[in-house]
Design a protein around this ligand. Structure first.
Ligand code: NAD
Length: 526
């Protein structure tokens, strides 16, 4: 159905609570153009000045906490508390960036090598106009944290929030409009994937996309047309490994939390669990106990007893049901939980699973914890790595050294030991993926520098003879170059001496023939 508006529909109740007009392709283009014109003004401000302005935004976010949590709750169905946690993590990220950015973005002096009379620097300059494409599962956090990092780094921004949670997109737009010193440097456009595609065609200078692997590939392909650099934060199939010496109670308690938090709609949700056989039965018993304690439902109140809300995107219900059906057809058993009314599920523990099932290979993004028995640690590692994804993983063991060794062998870019999913909320830890989970980083110093490009400077007066590297520009310095290379970089004393002594070898006299030799024409066989 072709429509030029996006309706705000509460996924828990099905009730419409507003709408927004989709941005036309022409308006998308003019947003990018406008942000390109605004870029020199924002970039012209010092990092400290930008940070000072963003302090006002931080204040606004905290002042408006109740209104923000109310809209996020209506838009995605998650509890008010979980909505507030999104804001909490955003504020934490912003505070850390404000404190650290002046240091991280400072020009850095680097060694000038053999050019002893030059000074060399790296400067982190903003890209220009950054396009941000965000998903629906953390519509506030994953829109705001890249916007704020991009702004601090000196970019202007065009955001295209998810069409599944458009009310949060409008909220973000309004929040920026309320700070007059920020309003000219951020634009929000509204719409679906087509509007996102138009944004890439409008030639921003950098694209930061968070979403599914399939969309990530399309975004990268489209960006390649203009060689626009991209950062892709994509899906995952995160493994949890429970070793013999794990605290099983804690693993079950926080493993189930990590599997069902946000109704399993987190890129680093626990999506599959491998438990060594000696601990398998006990772990399953405990996981069932904790799973059965969790209630699903919806409340617009600040305090509610519902741990899980509905599935936010109606399309996701189909994927969850399909993965479950495929697993059951191939022999899996659902020990607890299942579908309830509308978009609600009771959290599910599924056993007798194997890697022929979609449930163990594709991103489910729903409230299911599939548990698989493995012989030992080696098999757990092998199965954890038998995946096209590589976002995050969790390892449970009371022996931290052992857990670290296992972590070293697990192919995931972000690993947590003895907890689940919490590393995403640590502002100083870079987050991102390997394999089909994407590339590029968000959060921490690496996440901030993602919104910059290093520019280099070598500065000095005109070349002088005393500069070693300059001396080698003259012809006839073959032996001097050999000696310097050997003395500076030779790996043994013998090599250093041999190369140095070449300076004093007797050179055969070259007879001058009066005129330069002509090179022989190259003969080619017919
Ligand atoms: P999605 O891929 O459907 O959409 C992401 C964004 O891209 C949306 O704004 C969408 O409108 C836009 N888009 C869609 N098609 C486009 C196109 N052709 N060109 C440009 N833009 C386009 O993802 P989603 O369903 O909104 O989010 C869920 C996915 O996000 C899951 O796979 C989840 O794992 C992933 N995710 C990853 C991280 C991470 O940090 N790695 C964090 C959160 C979510």
């Amino acid at each position: 159905m072709q429509t030029d508006t996006l309706s705000f529909i509460n996924p828990a109740t099905g009730v419409k609570f507003g709408e927004v007009k989709m941005t036309t392709p022409d308006a998308v283009k003019s947003s990018v153009d406008e942000m390109r014109r605004a870029f020199p003004v924002w970039r012209g401000k010092s990092v400290r000045e930008r940070v000072r302005i963003l302090r006002k935004f931080q204040q606004l976010l905290i002042d408006e906490r109740d209104e923000i949590s109310r809209i996020v709750n209506q838009d995605g169905g998650k509890s008010r508390q979980d909505s507030l946690i999104e804001l909490f993590v955003t504020v934490d990220m912003l505070a850390q960036y404000r404190w650290n950015a002046p240091k991280w973005l400072k020009r850095k002096r680097v060694s000038s090598g053999l050019y002893l009379f030059k000074k060399c620097y790296v400067e982190y300059r903003p890209h220009g106009v950054v396009a941000i494409l965000s998903p629906w599962n953390y519509p506030l956090l994953i829109s705001l944290s890249p916007i704020l990092a991009a702004l601090i780094a000196g970019n202007t921004v065009v955001l295209k929030p998810s069409e599944v949670t458009p009310a949060t997109g409008v909220l973000v737009e309004q929040l920026f409009q309320r700070i007059p010193e920020l309003a000219p440097f951020v634009r929000v456009i509204h719409g679906d994937g087509k509007v996102g595609a138009a944004l890439i065609q409008a030639r921003p200078d950098f694209v930061f996309m968070t979403g599914s692997t399939g969309t990530g590939k399309k975004v990268m392909q489209a960006a390649a047309e203009n060689l626009t650099p991209v950062s892709l934060e994509l899906g995952g199939k995160d493994a949890m490994l429970v070793l013999e010496d794990a605290d099983l109670n804690a693993a079950a308690r926080w493993g189930t939390w990590g599997a069902y938090y946000n109704t399993g709609q987190a890129c680093m949700s626990v999506e599959r669990v491998y438990v060594v056989e000696s601990k398998y039965d006990e772990f399953v018993r405990l996981a069932l106990r904790y799973t059965k304690e969790l209630k699903s439902g919806y409340s617009p109140e600040a305090d509610s007893s519902f741990f899980m809300g509905p599935v936010t995107d109606p399309r996701q219900v189909h994927i969850i049901d399909e993965h479950l059906k495929d697993a059951v057809e191939k022999g899996a058993r659902v020990l607890t939980g299942g579908k309830e009314q509308g978009a609600f599920y009771k959290p599910m523990v599924v056993v007798d699973v194997n890697h022929s099932m979609k449930l163990m290979r594709e991103e489910t993004f729903g409230p299911i914890m599939p548990i698989m028995k493995v012989q030992n640690e080696e098999e757990a590692i092998r199965l954890a790595n038998d995946s096209e994804f590589g976002l995050a993983a969790s390892i449970w063991s009371d022996n931290i050294e052992r857990a670290k060794q296992v972590a070293n062998k697990v192919e995931a870019a972000s690993i947590i030991i003895n907890d689940s999913i919490a590393q995403f909320a640590v502002p100083m830890l870079p987050f991102g993926g390997i394999k089909n989970s994407g590339f590029g980083r968000t959060h921490g110093r690496d996440g901030l520098l993602e919104f910059t490009r290093p520019y280099s400077y070598a500065i000095g007066s005109a070349p002088i003879q005393w500069d070693i590297a300059t001396a080698l520009r003259e012809l006839g310095k073959y032996d001097l170059a050999t000696a310097i290379m050997g003395v500076v970089y030779g790996t043994t004393l013998k090599q250093k001496w041999e190369t140095f002594s070449q300076l004093f070898r007797k050179k055969p006299k070259v007879k001058s023939e009066g005129k330069p030799r002509q090179s022989e024409p190259v003969k080619t066989s017919e």
